[in-house]
Design a protein around this ligand. Structure first.
Ligand SMILES: O=P(O)(O)OC[C@H]1O[C@](O)(COP(=O)(O)O)[C@@H](O)[C@@H]1O
Ligand SMILES: [Mg+2]
Ligand SMILES: [Mg+2]
Length: 337
C-alpha cells in the first residue's frame, strides 16, 4: 500500500458518516464503537484460549438447556458490561440471559436503543480452534425515553432494525455491520488494536456454487426440504456442480455467503420442530444484513423472515438465506413440491 493511502478506522468511518448525514445525532455511531470495544476484549481472550483458562464448560446450562462454555459466559459479561457503561443503550437481551436486562441509571434510561445479541455463536467450535462469532441487533425503543425499557422494545419485527451485524473471530477478526444505508466490513489490525475499513459497501453475489446445510440431519428434514437440497447435489458428471460447506457457526456461514455468495439453510426437523436458530438475535440480524447486501432471507418458501413478529425472546425459526438467485431458485423448488 502507498504510505499516503490510509485505511480508515471504525471510529474515523463513523465520524465521517456523521458529516455526510448532518441530521444524525451520533448515538448509533457511539453504540457501534462500544460494541467494537467489547469485541476487542473478547478477541484478546479468544486468541489465547488454549493457554488461558478459557476453554471448556462452566458446568451449567443456559435458558435453552444448552451447556454454557466459559467463553460464552466471558463474552456475555463483556458485551453487557460495555453496553451498560455505554450512554447509547437502554437495555440488552442475550442468548445467555433468560430475561432482558433494563439499564436503570439516568443516562441509559434516556438513550433510545436496545441491543439483542448472541455473544458467542458457534460454541461447539470453541474448543477446536474453528471460527466463532458474535451477533448483534439494534432497535429504536418503543417505550418512552427516560423510562426503563420493556419487553415490547425487544420483540419488534426484524424489519424495524436500525443496525445489525457480527464479529467473526476467524483467521483474522472482522466486524461487519449493516445500517439502513449499507453494509461495511472492518478488519482488526492487531498492530494498532483498531478495526479498519477493509470491505467497504459489501454486496452479496447474486449467484454462487456453494450450498450449506447440516447434512447429518438430511433424512430428518421434510420431504420438500430434502428435495430442494437434492437440487444442489450432482447425480452425474454433466450436472452442475455445487460445493458443500458446513462450519457449524452461523457467523462463519453468513460471512462466507456474503463474500462468495451461496445459500445457507437451517431447516426445522425432529426435536427442532420450530427450527434450531434463534429469531431475535441470530436470524433477524443476519437477515437484515443480508438483505441490505442485496441477498434474500426466508423462514419458509413463502415467508420473508424479517416480517415475522417475535412472541418471545428465545424463539427459534428455520432459515434459508443468501444469494438472491439461489434463494429464489430454492423457493421455486420448495413451493412446487
Ligand atoms: O451443529 P449443529 O447442531 O447443526 O448446530 C450448528 C448451529 O449452532 C449454532 O452454533 C448455534 O449458536 P450458539 O453456538 O450461539 O448456540 C449456530 O451458529 C450453528 O449454525
Ligand atoms: Mg448462536
Ligand atoms: Mg451463542
Amino acid at each position: 500500500m502507498n504510505h499516503k493511502e490510509r485505511v480508515m478506522t471504525l471510529d474515523e468511518f463513523t465520524i465521517q458518516e456523521l458529516r455526510n448525514y448532518p441530521g444524525a445525532t451520533g448515538q448509533l455511531s457511539g453504540l457501534l464503537r462500544d460494541i467494537g470495544l467489547a469485541a476487542k476484549r473478547v478477541n484478546v481472550e479468544v486468541n489465547k484460549a488454549g493457554i488461558a483458562d478459557i476453554l471448556g464448560e462452566v458446568g451449567k446450562t443456559n435458558v435453552q438447556g444448552e451447556s454454557v462454555k466459559k467463553l460464552d459466559e466471558f463474552a456475555n459479561d463483556q458485551f453487557i458490561a460495555s453496553l451498560r457503561t455505554s450512554i447509547y443503550c437502554c437495555g440488552v437481551a442475550s442468548e445467555e440471559e433468560e430475561n432482558f436486562i433494563a439499564f436503570t441509571d439516568e443516562h441509559s434510561r434516556k438513550s433510545k436503543y436496545v441491543v439483542l445479541m448472541d455473544p458467542l455463536d458457534g460454541s461447539s467450535n470453541i474448543d477446536v480452534n474453528v471460527s466463532i462469532g458474535t451477533i448483534f441487533s439494534v432497535y429504536r425503543r418503543l417505550s418512552p425515553e427516560g423510562e426503563e425499557c420493556n419487553l415490547e422494545d425487544f420483540l419488534q419485527p426484524g424489519t424495524q432494525q436500525i443496525a445489525a451485524g457480527y464479529i467473526i473471530y476467524g483467521s483474522s477478526t472482522m466486524m461487519v455491520y449493516a445500517t439502513r444505508r449499507s453494509v461495511q466490513g472492518f478488519t482488526l489490525d492487531p498492530s494498532i488494536g483498531e478495526f479498519c475499513l477493509s470491505h467497504p459497501n459489501l454486496k452479496c453475489p447474486p449467484e454462487s456454487d456453494i450450498f450449506s446445510v447440516n447434512m447429518g440431519y438430511y433424512h430428518l428434514y421434510d420431504e420438500n426440504i430434502r428435495h430442494s437440497i437434492d437440487h444442489f447435489m450432482a447425480r452425474n458428471e454433466n450436472d452442475r456442480i455445487y460445493r458443500h460447506r458446513f462450519v457449524g457457526c452461523m457467523v462463519a456461514e453468513i460471512h462466507r455467503t456474503l463474500i462468495q455468495g451461496g445459500i445457507f439453510m437451517y431447516p426445522a426437523f425432529g426435536k427442532w420442530k420450530a427450527g434450531r436458530l434463534r429469531l431475535c438475535y441470530e436470524c433477524n440480524p443476519m437477515s437484515f444484513l443480508m438483505e441490505k447486501a442485496g441477498g434474500v432471507a426466508m423462514a419458509n418458501g413463502r415467508q420473508r423472515l424479517l416480517e415475522l413478529k417475535p412472541v418471545q425472546l428465545h424463539q427459534r425459526v428455520p432459515i434459508f438465506i443468501g444469494s438472491k438467485n439461489m434463494v429464489d431458485t430454492w423457493q421455486d423448488i420448495v413451493n412446487k413440491k
